[in-house]
Design a protein around this ligand. Structure first.
Ligand code: NDP
Length: 313
């Protein structure tokens, strides 16, 4: 068991965490960053990233994260594998346990634990992950130009993704489990105005099929009722849009969260309700959820942490 202390502890290793580490190390805060369960974050499960500025030819998600990681290391950030398992934000310095074993104390903390897309829980989602299954239309939609895709979900995100995809793809199915969309009226209207979007109400996905890549989905309509009907649709891409879950469970009780679990920021900065604790990236951003916006938030959090250290230590 080892105990140690840092001026700046960064939790999470997506674009927000690594960017915070680059800025914090250049500001001489000697940050320690814990990479968590999925080093590199959500981008490590994406294929090609074409909208991150600075890569005119595009870059794979894993490569982008390797580059950001290297850049953070170059300035002296200490990157450690491990998961924060318990926290005590009532004491100063803040106290955290890593992997239920090591204790670390910190003068400032940057929470960059991200959010995880929700999946239906089908084995086929794993089988075809990156082979036609995606949870991000903005990331992967481009690869489905003039093809047929399906979006699962009936909320604002699903509508937004379906509309985005309808401008690229030949045809978009929306697979909606109820007999109505949950999305706002304006988003619903936009969906219904699109001639190449077909909404399949009362429908659930039971499986996917395809030789190597997704070629179609097995659906059931009116599941468990006398009208129950099984049918298939031919698709090239299967997009999940049934919500995201911010990774904030461990912070409950200390950090103020909104009703869906995202960290609430105080005013226009990265400050949380606890002085000295900042948040960046998807964990505090239900709206944009882009790698570049998360990186920008990481920069801001590191600058806020630096200012806090200068003013208080
Ligand atoms: P929501 O929770 O609003 O919607 C999730 C959708 O997925 C619902 O239609 C839900 O169905 C469906 N769903 C959930 N689980 C399953 C499942 N297991 N199988 C099939 N369908 C499922 O999430 P969103 O990501 O759409 O939105 C999150 C928040 O962000 C909302 O407040 C939304 O308004 C906001 N937002 C706003 C935008 C904007 O203003 N432009 C854009 C994007 C998001 P059911 O309805 O049956 O529960």
């Amino acid at each position: 068991m080892s105990t140690n202390h840092t001026k700046c502890l960064i939790i999470g290793s997506g674009p927000a965490g690594y960017t915070a580490a680059i800025y914090a190390s250049r500001a001489n805060l000697s940050p320690i960053l814990y990479e968590g369960n999925q080093p590199g974050g959500q981008l490590t499960i994406t294929t090609e990233v074409e909208n991150f500025p600075g890569y005119p030819e595009g870059v794979t998600g894993p490569q982008l994260m390797t580059d950001l990681r290297k850049q953070a290391e170059r300035f002296g950030a200490e990157l450690r594998s491990g998961l924060v398992t318990t926290i005590n934000f009532d004491v100063r310095p803040f106290e955290l346990t890593i992997d239920n074993n090591d204790t670390i104390t910190a003068d400032t903390i940057i929470i960059a634990t991200g959010a995880s897309a929700k999946y239906l829980g089908l084995d086929d989602e794993k089988k075809y992950n990156g082979l036609g299954v995606s949870a991000c239309a903005t990331c992967d939609g481009f690869f489905y130009r003039k093809r047929t895709v399906a979006v699962v979900g009936g909320g604002d995100t699903a509508c937004e993704e379906a509309i985005y995809l309808s401008n690229l793809a030949k045809k978009v199915y929306m697979i909606v489990r109820k007999d109505h969309l949950r999305a706002s009226d304006v988003m619903q209207r936009r969906v219904f105005e699109k001639e190449n979007i077909e909404v399949l109400f009362n429908s659930n996905t039971v499986g996917l099929f395809g030789e190597e890549f997704v070629e179609g989905a097995h659906l059931v309509e009116h599941k468990g009722t006398p009208q129950e009907r099984f049918f298939d649709i031919n698709i090239d891409g299967f997009f999940l849009a049934i919500g995201h879950k911010p990774n904030t469970d461990i912070f409950k009780g200390y950090i103020t969260l909104d009703e869906t679990g995202y960290i609430k920021l105080e005013g226009p900065t990265s400050a949380t309700n606890i002085e000295g604790i900042f948040a960046a990236g998807d964990v505090a951003d239900p709206r944009y959820r882009q790698a570049i916006s998360a990186a920008g938030m990481g920069c801001r959090a590191a600058l806020d942490a630096e200012k806090y250290i200068v003013e208080h230590f």
